[in-house]
Design a binder for this molecule. Structure first.
Ligand SMILES: O=C(O)CCC(=O)C(=O)O
Ligand SMILES: [Fe+2]
Length: 295
């Protein structure tokens, strides 16, 4: 088929001020930078001075669980999850699966946050960290990408991370997540693409990259069950790639600095995230108050 040469590229919503305004909102006005510093002051452990790939480029591919463990977690979870709670299916084609068994969750999360991963995250934040929220997503095959499946950064503080743990092999679904590193993203932020309106997101940044002379080298991996990516969602552009041949099961974690280790924060918080609706505390001091820091 001939490409439609007359089709005009949709106009992107560009505003170069928007990225710095968004970072200032969370980091300064909403107190998340001061919160991160406070958490660092509470930390008395040792840190590794060698920068990880995560620190260098804002995204790193990881083996988190071995394949049998990932398979066991997935089948056990699917058996425990009676009903999939449909979350805005018209928006991002994902169901959120609710895991109610808290002992099961805690055991699995301890498996996931092994000492090596915990050390990497601690090195990144230079403090303890906590699970701000987690979500278990079942993305269904669909052909029109929207929202998370278009290039975007997540609004939020600079000091925050996301982990996407893939629980089944890419060969089962052909979905994925694609990233641009922090340096490339900063160039797109200067061009005004980052944090534009959801309606003006695009799945193809090559034309803007060419126009702005931005080297364009997206990063992605052939994700196998048990592999994951950890990334800076507010500082690296990313987009999901919709599954086409089966369900894509991903366990996602949103992580923030913490004055106490993640498992204390998690268990003291009734094995729940700190934001059931996935929004941000209006001010980070409200989060600090919600964390049981023993003095
Ligand atoms: O589903 C994906 O692969 C991307 C999800 C995403 O944008 C996010 O977790 O922030
Ligand atoms: Fe995102």
């Amino acid at each position: 088929m001939w490409p439609n040469l007359f089709q005009r590229t949709p106009k992107l919503d560009l505003d170069p001020e928007r990225a710095s305004q968004t970072y200032a909102l969370f980091d300064n006005e909403q107190g998340y930078q001061a919160y991160a510093r406070q958490c660092q002051q509470h930390f008395s452990g040792t840190l590794d001075p060698t920068p990880s790939l995560l620190q260098q480029q804002g995204v790193e591919h990881l083996r988190i669980l071995n394949k049998p463990e990932a398979g066991a977690f997935l089948s056990r979870t699917l058996a425990l999850t009676e009903t999939a709670t449909t979350n805005k299916p018209q928006i991002d084609y994902s169901d959120i699966l609710i895991i109610r068994d808290k002992t099961f969750l805690h055991t699995w999360f301890q498996h996931i946050f092994q000492p090596a991963l915990t050390a990497k995250l601690t090195n990144y934040f230079q403090s303890h960290f906590l699970i701000y929220w987690y979500t278990f997503l079942k993305a269904k095959p669909a052909d029109q990408a929207v929202r998370s499946f278009l290039w975007h950064c997540d609004k939020g503080p600079t000091a925050h991370l996301k982990i996407l743990l893939y629980l089944n092999d890419i060969q089962e679904h052909h979905g994925n997540t694609i990233f641009l590193d922090r340096t490339t993203t900063a160039k797109f932020a200067t061009s005004g693409y980052v944090f534009g309106s959801v309606k003006k997101r695009t799945d193809d940044l090559t034309a803007l990259a060419q126009q702005e002379h931005i080297p364009f080298h997206p990063l992605s991996w052939e994700m196998q069950a048990g592999e994951g990516v950890v990334f800076e969602p507010s500082q690296v552009l990313h987009r999901g790639q919709l599954p086409s041949t089966g369900f894509r099961y991903v366990l996602a974690f949103c992580l923030l600095p913490s004055p106490i280790p993640w498992d204390h924060a998690f268990s003291q918080n009734n094995y729940e995230g700190f934001r059931p609706d996935y929004t941000w505390h209006p001010h980070a001091k409200e989060l600090m108050q919600a964390i049981p820091v023993s003095t």
